[in-house]
Design a protein around this ligand. Structure first.
Ligand code: 5GP
Ligand code: ZN
Length: 115
């Protein structure tokens, strides 16, 4: 198994867990860009948002349900942002589907296209 996030799920690489259920694992991002920066991943390997199909799409709802639970538990009442980067142009660095939950700061809005 060469996938970094599959290794994290397997416990072969340590992580700071913030949520876990049968289908979803969530942990603190090692390089946070905000006071709260967690990653939510499916326990089954999916390479990214472009690999979502009718057969595996159910996991996306499970992940967003987990995100809502964590947001409620951590009282993120003033808001949060969920991001998934897909592919090279978006800067995806780990080819295992993940959703960033970012919160704890007032955020601006820019696509950061570099254009
Ligand atoms: P991407 O750039 O693919 O959207 O997001 C990958 C994220 O994974 C980055 O925010 C990066 O900081 C995080 N990351 C990479 N390696 C590790 C690791 O070994 N442990 C943890 N907790 N986060 C990681
Ligand atoms: Zn994986």
């Amino acid at each position: 198994m060469e996938c970094l996030f599959c290794k994290i799920i397997a416990g072969e690489i340590p992580s700071t867990k913030v949520y876990e259920d049968e289908f979803v694992y969530a942990f603190k991002d090692i390089n946070p860009i905000a006071p709260i920066h967690y990653l939510f991943i499916p326990k089954t390997h999916i390479s990214g948002a472009s690999a979502i199909t009718p057969e595996n799409a159910e996991i996306v709802g499970k992940i967003f349900t987990a995100i809502a639970k964590v947001a409620a538990a951590e009282k993120l009442d003033s808001g949060f942002r969920v991001i998934t980067n897909c592919g090279e142009d978006a800067g995806q660095t780990v080819p295992h589907l993940h959703f960033h939950l970012i919160a704890g700061t007032k955020m601006g809005w820019s696509a950061e296209t570099g254009a």
